[in-house]
Design a binder for this molecule. Structure first.
Ligand SMILES: Cc1ncc(COP(=O)(O)O)c(C=O)c1O
Length: 382
């Protein structure tokens, strides 16, 4: 391996002249916060994900919080979340004053286990947040089969823009869907998120709560017929508005989403094929009927056959100029959760195992087949 090869990062946004031109338009327009570009982004996002409504917000974390608030989740309520996910999925439940109830995951898909969910549903269960981890949809039909009809289903689709499940897009599979525009995701504008829904009543609440609880958007007020009149503020809202600067970038990125996923799929297929030479690594599943959104390519180290521990493999990759990262973390093992909710790693054996042995390899739209081969060659050295 040449020492002159540039470092291969885990993710790298793909930005071009189109994004720059869109930002310039916003700067020159004089309207920087939620405005016409946010509306454009929302229309494009809703159309691609097969939903009536999409609302742009500042992140997927605020999208999830907004969704819980719009659903009326509060103290005394329980919300089921997977044990293995980014901490934000569970934190938002705590921020509502509700109790996160953790379900273990499936070892093959890394997603919430419907059998575990069935055991956790009780009289206080109000909602569930299935996560489409790394871009693979959770098994929504199996979840629906074990959930009472009145449970609010909020998809954590942070990683799943453009993904699908049995012909239905992510974000259209529950009552609301929450997406991320963070740079680790397939499309990005730095920070940002969206909430999708087909429910008009939820839509009205999402729209209001993200804008201080106001009945009218800033744009509608200042550009409307009576800009000197303040709107009503019937609920206690937040400022979760995405700026038009970010929305301009995200709108251009939206137009590239399907190409990005196609390119990522070609890289993932090459990884699958090349990794046959590394028998101690298991490539990720892409089950029939699922359109994997390929936010990340996450393999599992087999500790019984691997020449080194997962962390030593990551250190070796780093030495060879290749970034690798743990899949994500087991929220139930974080001190704050153990102390407040009495969770422990031992209670969630699958999440604990996957946390210890999963490994994300570089996957982004600046990569070509040679980069995949370089990663696999570095692994083969072991
Ligand atoms: C599964 C999951 N949920 C939520 C989030 C939070 O997204 P954001 O960084 O946009 O707040 C992430 C981000 O990494 C995530 O992976």
């Amino acid at each position: 391996m040449s020492m002159t090869e540039p470092f291969l990062p885990i993710a790298r946004p793909s930005m071009g002249e189109e994004e720059l031109a869109a930002v310039r338009q916003v700067l020159e327009s004089g309207w920087l916060t939620q405005g016409p570009w946010v509306r454009k982004l929302e229309a494009a996002f809703a159309a691609r994900h097969g939903v009536k409504h999409a609302f742009a917000v500042t992140s997927c974390t605020t999208a999830l919080h907004l969704a819980l608030v719009a659903a009326g989740i509060g103290p005394g309520d329980e919300v089921i979340v997977p044990a293995f996910t980014w901490v934000a999925t569970a934190n938002v439940v705590v921020h509502c004053g509700a109790t996160p109830v953790f379900a273990d995951i499936r070892p093959d898909t890394f997603n919430i286990d419907p059998a575990a969910v069935a055991r956790l549903v009780g009289p206080r269960t109000r909602a569930i947040i299935p996560v489409h981890l790394f871009g693979l949809a959770a098994d929504m039909d199996a979840l629906s089969a074990v959930l009472p009809a009145d449970i609010v289903i909020i998809e954590d689709a942070a990683c799943a823009a453009g993904g699908g499940y049995h012909g239905r897009p992510a974000g259209s599979l529950g009552h609301m869907g929450c997406f991320s525009l963070h740079p680790r995701k397939s499309i990005t504008c730095g920070e940002g998120g969206l909430v999708t829904t087909n429910d008009d009543a939820l839509a009205a609440r999402l729209d209001m709560y993200r804008n201080h609880g106001a009945t009218l958007s800033e744009e509608a007020r200042h550009r409307g017929p009576r800009p000197w009149e303040l709107p009503e503020f019937p609920v206690f809202g937040f400022n979760y508005r995405l700026t038009d600067l970010q929305a301009a970038v995200a709108t251009v990125q939206m137009g590239k989403l399907d190409r990005f996923i196609t390119e990522r799929l070609a890289l993932a297929q090459r990884f699958d094929e090349q990794l046959r030479r590394v028998p101690w690594l298991a490539p990720p599943l892409r089950p029939q009927g699922y359109d994997h959104a390929l936010q990340a390519y996450v393999v599992m180290v087999d500790p019984a056959r691997a020449p080194r521990s997962r962390n030593d493999v990551l250190a070796h990759l780093q030495e060879r100029g290749v970034a690798g990262r743990p899949g994500t973390h087991s929220v139930v093992a974080l001190a704050a959760y153990c102390e407040r909710f009495g969770t422990s790693a031992a209670m969630f054996p699958v999440a604990t195992h996957v946390e210890a042995q999963s490994m994300a390899l570089p996957l982004h739209n600046h990569m070509g087949p040679g980069d995949v081969d370089r990663v696999v060659a570095a692994l083969e050295e072991l």
